[in-house]
Design a protein around this ligand. Structure first.
Ligand code: GLN
Length: 282
């Protein structure tokens, strides 16, 4: 018989080449036993049945072959929301919580605002904002119908009825609306970037990762089209690659945004540029 503690230690040894091998092992075992990671820590001596141990080994093998644990378990935490994710959606990243934090700073608690999230994927960013600003209405757009199905499931799971999901190409489906804040985590990786062959990325939808024109094509389109869709004084916030902040700031400037700022993620990489549609432009 093998205890939870021993099974986790063995799995962490098998997965030693992965960052956070013990954390990943715990995610897989918690998923299998339909318990929380805290429960595993509370009952480390509990013996696993033969069937449980076998099933756990199968999950660890899948992870060893590179399959992301978020796709194996179908779950990922983002902004304290448990989200369903599939291979049709990008796996929400902790660094994208910066985008949520910065957006919230521009969205008042006590009055309704229109917000747009472009390229919503699993809905992570839109749902995080919606959960913090119940008075606001968030329109979440994605080109992928499969991704929108996942986002819809997440919206219903968290009962966030202040989110509307729309299929389309960036701002194109949002005809006449004007927004207090537009946020986006678009694809921004160059098509020949070696990171595409590393970590979880080979398993994720390429359309959510890769953009033409040195990774800047979609960012450029969003910057160009957002200006006339923002409220007077409204904000555009865009996530970008670690080496793109100067280019992105330059694009904001070239398209007449004001108060342009760059923001670092938790690992100290420039990750978000924000800019404002200024009253003097109108
Ligand atoms: N931040 C992701 C990565 O580099 C990419 C996500 C994106 O392209 N929007 O792994």
């Amino acid at each position: 018989m093998t205890s939870i503690r021993n099974a986790l230690n063995n799995a962490a040894t098998t997965l030693v080449s992965f960052d956070g091998a013990m954390f990943e092992s715990e995610l897989l075992l918690a998923h299998l036993l339909k318990k929380s990671r805290t429960w595993l820590h509370t009952w480390p001596e509990r013996e696993l049945s033969k069937a449980e141990l076998h099933a756990f080994k199968v999950l660890v093998e899948r992870r060893l072959k590179g399959e992301p644990s978020a796709y194996i378990t179908g779950e990922r935490e983002f902004w304290s929301l448990s989200l369903h994710v599939t291979a049709d959606t990008l796996i929400p990243r902790p660094e994208s919580e910066l985008l949520v934090e910065l957006a919230l700073a521009h969205i008042p608690h006590d009055q309704p605002c229109n917000i747009a999230d472009l390229g919503t994927g699993s809905g992570a960013i839109a749902l995080a904002i919606a959960s913090e600003r119940p008075q606001s209405h968030i329109v979440a757009v994605d080109l992928s119908a499969a991704a929108l199905t996942v986002a819809e499931g997440n919206r219903n799971r968290h009962a966030l009825s202040n989110v509307t999901l729309i299929q389309g190409d960036w701002l194109t489906p949002l005809n006449r609306d004007s927004f207090r804040v537009i946020v986006s985590n678009p694809p921004y990786i160059c098509e020949d970037d070696r990171h595409l062959n590393q970590g979880d990325l080979p398993f994720e939808p390429r359309s959510a990762l890769v953009a033409m024109e040195n990774g800047l094509r979609d960012i450029r389109r969003i910057i160009t089209s957002s200006r006339e869709r923002l409220d007077i004084d409204g904000w555009l916030l865009i996530e970008h690659g670690y080496d793109q902040s100067l280019d992105v700031m330059q694009l904001f400037k070239a398209h007449g945004y004001h108060n342009i700022t760059t923001h670092q993620d938790l690992s100290g990489q420039p990750r978000v540029v924000a800019g404002q549609h200024h009253p003097t432009d109108s």
